[in-house]
Design a protein around this ligand. Sequence first.
Ligand SMILES: [Zn+2]
Length: 478
Amino acid sequence: MSATDRPVVFRNGLVLTMDDAHTVLPGADVLVVGDRIAEVGVGLTAPDDALEMDATGGILMPGMVDTHRHMWQTAMRGYGADWALTQYFVWYYLESGKLFRPEDVYAGNLLGAIEAIDAGVTTTVDWSHGLQTPEHADAAVDALEAVDGRFVLAYGNIQQGPWQWATSPEFRDFHRRRIDGGRLAGFQMAFDVTGDPAFPERAAFEVARELGAAVTTHAGVWGATNDDGIRLMHENGFMTPSTVYVHAATLTHDSYNRIAATGGSVSVSTESEQSAGQGYPPTWQLRHHDIPVSLSMDTSVWWSGDLFSAMRSTLGADRSREHLEAHAKQETITHCHLRAEQVVEWATRGGARALGMDSTIGALTVGRQADVVLIKNDASPVMFPILNPHGHVVFQAQRGDVHTVLVGGRVVKQDGRLVGVDLAAARAAVASTIDHLRETMGEEAWQRGMNPDVPETAILENPYQYTEWDAGSAQWKH
Ligand SMILES: [Zn+2]
């Protein structure tokens, strides 16, 4: 990788630092030396051997952070576009998810990891709940380590209770081999709390505490997890500032109070919540409880892996809710609470904070890791004028405009093209996974899985019914 050993200087960009004051610097440079940001400012002096990148007409921002992505499912990109949560559960938990071999987890993770850095998502939590065996877990990590992004493995296994896999010798052995002193950016334990009064998940929480691992959990998911799970976690002392509550969409104020009081954060997956039915994307509630937010895309089997889309849909859902609540009271919203600037913060600093990495990533400030995204597309009519920088990122830019990406000072995408990535190998791995699934399931089941039945739509009675068009009078006749 030629560029990575040299300093890099971006010249003359519109810099969204996302520092504490959210400072925006027009016509500014960002100098990267080694793996860190060395300087940010106008007209910087760079070392002679620095690689010069022209950021004119572009926006420089910190690499984005996705706090919840089931990367193994990327192997089936788009398959579940018309699913509701029911079809997802049947597919992955009860039926075909079991067919995933270690090489299939590898294929999905590899493609997901490449997709992330290509889209400017420099840190991703791999919410890896398909780890049926230690071989599956090794394959997941192998894929993440093969790509120059920052990846946090959130270990899970939906084929067993967490009290089973988390207490197994194989899990401990895996943790010793691959996590302690490994190359991943972090480690979490991923499991859900069903609300069973016996609280069998206690054993898994105790392992997490012993390993110093954060727990990430699908909470407040309609029909699956609810307030009982939160209450049990709280009463048993397992809610910590590092706990990440994914969705948290169908909860009462009491649960939000418990989350807020213990300092945890919520990973909002708006595209997911809007389509799958976990509950309404909860940002409009979370602000009233002052609960920190990060963003996530959940899974590419349904939706995009695109944090621009996460920012856009989150802003839209929040405002949509605010308007609807007001209209129900015959009121009008004249000023929106949620601002574009805030969702850019959630996509960067919010994710960094949720992962306990706020001192190292999430902002373009001196000394932080150089995870840098340049949004620039000189051929696009959408790149000018740039009047409202945060608004431009949220509503105008898209991942195709991600021009250059650095992770820890390494150039992983330059001038619109991935650097040092073997996309053909990833494509071949995914193709063989699809062949395996299709052959094992059979074509009929494969097609049925992708095309769930459509419920009938009742057409409402319409009083303005006409039967015939009279050409002579040029009028409808009753
Ligand atoms: Zn999820």
